[in-house]
Design a protein around this ligand. Structure first.
Ligand code: NAD
Ligand code: TYD
Length: 338
């Protein structure tokens, strides 16, 4: 395969490239990434000299640059996006630009150069919010009901991807996954934020009552699911990819991390809630299990511990990230250094 990975310097994209080159050493990869605040080439240091791998810096909204990399590829895995809900509340327009317009530029190019597969990475957040009382989960038939500028822009991109399949016959597939965790996640998302704050002796900001529920998916399990979709998934199909947890709320999650690091629960700082905060996400992943034989491996507590250990052992990585632009964002978001 001649893969074009967009957003390959981000959290999931870089994990995917490392996974792919390990498991498919004869394939080639072009990593096309704008290197926003979230893109970090250090994640790919171990493979940067691999002759099968090439990095090109560029914006998915730039049609000329996009054409240049698409014409060298036969398969696109599209991760590039603005991905953080809190930032989408402060500046929605960048989300519309990259997630909607940028995806459209890529789709046009994929059509022009007769790409064999365009796989679009999306999120369970497009389905909206479940209540704590109901036991239902999102699946491939759930209606879209996005409620943040982030999820609305991702929903827009999903609709465009499907439209290019139905209208122009572009060979697409889509996956909607739940919250990922693991190595190289930018410390603005809750798990790495909590771990690194605790390692720095700071408090952990918990929004509102902390009873919000996410469905946690280990990033390597996600990469395996994408691999199976590219290998055996049907053109035009959507696959929901869910995680290892059954309704763990943020407070329970943070307490697990506090315990793993031997800290006190006094480190919890209840802060102002996020605007429009979605209460609960849960994903039914039976379709990808039945059709492609995928399931998340391992045990959540063990993978959380593995993740905590990765951050303990890679202080250099996250200290640099936290000392950059993120510091300004952090002070703006939380009002102080906590
Ligand atoms: P991330 O923010 O860590 O990385 C995004 C990458 O895209 C960065 O390297 C950034 O530089 C790049 N990028 C941003 N704008 C770009 C542009 N205009 N042109 C080219 N590159 C650009 O995100 P992530 O957590 O790795 O998420 C990857 C994908 O998975 C996204 O599409 C996201 O919506 C989706 N997703 C993420 C999660 C999660 O828990 N992280 C859950 C569900 C879905
Ligand atoms: P986040 O990692 O931002 O992912 P998403 O919003 O895409 O689910 O947040 C996960 C959950 O953690 C969400 O319910 C918001 C909450 N949260 C906090 O309580 N405190 C924080 O500082 C952050 C960033 C998130």
């Amino acid at each position: 395969m001649k893969l074009l990975v967009t957003g390959g310097a981000g959290f999931i994209g870089s994990n995917f490239i490392l996974y792919w080159l390990k498991n498919h050493p004869n394939d080639t990869i072009i990593n096309f990434d704008k290197l926003t605040y979230a893109g970090n080439l250090e994640n790919l240091k171990t493979i940067e000299k691999n002759s099968n791998y090439k990095f090109i810096q560029g914006d998915i909204c730039d049609a000329t640059k996009v054409d240049n990399v698409v014409k060298e590829s036969d398969t696109i895995v599209h991760f590039a996006a603005e991905s953080h809900v809190d930032r989408s509340i402060t500046d929605p327009s960048e989300f519309v630009r990259t997630n909607v317009l940028g995806t459209n530029v890529l789709l046009e190019s994929a059509l022009k150069y007769k790409i064999k597969r365009f796989h679009h990475i999306s999120t369970d957040e497009v389905f909206g919010s479940l209540s704590l009382e109901e036991k239902s989960k999102f699946d491939e038939r759930t209606n879209y009901n996005p409620r943040s500028p982030y999820s609305a822009s991702k929903a827009g991109s999903d609709h465009l991807v499907r439209a290019y399949y139905h209208t122009f016959g572009l060979p697409i597939s889509i996956s909607n996954c739940s919250n990922n965790f693991g190595p190289y996640q930018f410390p603005e998302k809750v798990i790495p934020l909590a771990i690194t704050n605790l390692l720095e002796g700071k408090k952990v900001p918990v929004y509102g009552d902390g009873l919000y529920v996410r469905d946690w998916l280990y990033v390597e399990d996600h990469c395996k699911a994408i691999d199976l979709i590219l290998e055996k998934g049907k053109i035009g199909e959507t696959y929901c990819i869910g995680g290892l947890t059954e309704d763990i709320n943020n407070l329970e999650l943070i307490k697990k991390i506090i315990k793993l690091l031997g800290k006190s629960e006094d480190s919890i700082d209840f802060v102002k809630d996020r605007l429009g905060h979605d209460r609960r996400y849960a994903v039914d992943w039976s379709k990808i299990k039945n059709d492609l034989g995928w399931k998340p491996e391992g045990n959540f507590d063990e993978l959380l511990e593995k993740t905590v250990n990765w951050y303990k052992q890679n202080k250099d990585w996250w200290e640099k990230v936290k000392n950059g632009d993120y510091k300004k964002y952090y002070i703006n978001q939380y009002g102080s250094n906590l």
